[in-house]
Design a protein around this ligand. Structure first.
Ligand SMILES: Cc1cc2nc3c(=O)[nH]c(=O)nc-3n(C[C@H](O)[C@H](O)[C@H](O)COP(=O)(O)OP(=O)(O)OC[C@H]3O[C@@H](n4cnc5c(N)ncnc54)[C@H](O)[C@@H]3O)c2cc1C
Length: 385
């Protein structure tokens, strides 16, 4: 390893950017690492995606906080790369630039009516619940008949959080206007509909079991492969059976799971009023839901207006499998491998990309001569003047 220490810029301070900084500073203790983010606060989806009642998951941010006590690591807030400074400018001023910008836009259903008022993405809802500074609540409210499309953990987060009492939401820091938007019309029914069979649904068993703590809620499920818990060989089916079997009689709020349906059309005049699904195995069979609010929870994709696009940065030397985009330019986390995986998966990813970077920069005698963080200040203030 060269004695010379590189100047490094990591763009994005979510889990992947922070884990990467931890690994790189171990390899090069004297390196100068700048972590740039468009927001004024670090940690990305660990703060603005993860549910605010999941304190254990969020605790990872405490571990990342330790980065800032290292004088060689600096957080640079409020700089959007591609807008306030260009990627080319960063590359000219740092030996190594790593993109850790994630993927935030809710994946669209891409069916008729998906742009109607009352149809909203789960990513946006969780940003609002978490007080994301760039998200506006303007047209957001939840009616009494909520339909959730998708059955992953984010969908289950939405079920739990929208059925949590205003006092509890307040206690976990949900902004007052969002509590009002969720509770001004009390939710009576949540239908949560997915394409997969229950055993292949994306939710974790623990997430479904946690729903049993909700008060005044009864559960039902259709499309299960087994009739009762005794018949269920699959742990997800068993968890759903438990939830249904332990439901409170006379509860005023219902959560109904439907497995094996995909949406085909959303209808409404001024706003959403009806969604039609067709059965995955028997496409001629349809299911129609009358609803006033649809939350789509079917994953994430590159933003329509993204200022940095991974595929446009690839060249003939790229090797995305190890995070290499082009000489000195790397990617990590959701931006590298797509919007899949939990926070710990980004640690594994960051370790792999850190190893790939340190291997590429072994025995180099031209490191540390670029301006580094001083340049960002100058470039940023030039762009604002
Ligand atoms: C709603 C939701 C709930 C989740 N809940 C959990 C959970 O409970 N447990 C769990 O383990 N995982 C959870 N995840 C997954 C987890 O959040 C991701 O695995 C992780 O955040 C991905 O990390 P990342 O660093 O790649 O991206 P991100 O966390 O998205 O970080 C990207 C960062 O880049 C910044 N950025 C973007 N563009 C620019 C730019 N042009 N210039 C400067 N900065 C930029 C962003 O502001 C952000 O800070 C959840 C995800 C979502 C969406």
């Amino acid at each position: 390893m060269s004695q010379l220490q590189p100047t490094i810029c990591i763009v994005g301070s979510g889990p992947s950017g922070c884990y990467l900084a931890q690994f790189l500073i171990k390899q090069w203790p004297e390196a100068q690492i700048s972590i740039v983010d468009r927001l004024d606060h670090p940690y990305g989806l660990a703060l603005y995606g993860v549910a605010p009642d999941h304190h254990g998951t969020r605790a990872v941010t405490k571990q990342f906080d330790r980065l800032w006590s290292n004088p060689n690591v600096q957080f640079v807030p409020n700089v959007e790369v591609g807008v306030d400074v260009s990627l080319a400018e960063l590359q000219a001023n740092f030996d190594i630039v790593v993109l850790a910008t994630g993927l935030h836009q809710d994946r669209k259903l891409s069916i008729e009516g998906d742009g109607l008022p009352g149809v909203v993405g789960a990513g946006r809802v969780t940003r609002l619940i978490n007080g994301h500074p760039n998200e506006t609540a303007d047209d957001f409210s939840i009616g009494q008949n909520l339909l959730i499309v998708g059955q992953g953990n984010v969908a289950i987060d939405i079920v739990r959080l929208t059925l949590t009492s205003p006092d509890k939401l307040h206690g976990i820091g949900v902004p007052a206007n969002i509590i009002e938007a969720i509770h001004s019309t009390p939710i009576r029914r949540i239908s949560i509909v997915g394409r997969s069979t229950c055993s292949q649904a994306k939710f974790d068993v623990a997430m479904v079991r946690e729903l049993a703590n909700l008060t005044n809620v009864s559960f039902s499920a259709s499309g299960l492969a087994s009739v009762s818990k005794g018949d269920a060989s699959d742990p997800k089916e068993a968890a759903i059976h438990d939830l249904v079997a332990n439901s409170l009689a006379g509860a005023q709020r219902n959560v109904d799971f439907y497995f094996g349906w995909q949406p085909t059309a959303i209808a409404g005049s001024a706003e959403v009023s009806r969604v039609t699904f067709s059965n995955i195995s028997r496409p001629e069979e349809t299911l129609i839901f009358d609803t006033d609010t649809v939350i789509t929870a079917i994953g994430f994709e590159e933003s329509d207006d993204a200022s940095i696009r991974r595929n446009q940065l690839k060249d003939s030397n790229s090797n995305i499998d190890v995070g290499l985009l082009s000489a000195g330019l790397y990617c990590v986390g959701w931006f590298r491998r797509g919007p899949k995986g939990t926070i710990p998966a980004n640690r594994v990813d960051a370790k792999m990309v850190s190893d790939s970077i340190t291997q590429d920069f072994q025995n180099r005698d031209d490191l540390g001569f670029k301006k580094g963080r001083q340049a960002i200040k100058q470039l940023h203030s030039a762009s604002k003047s």
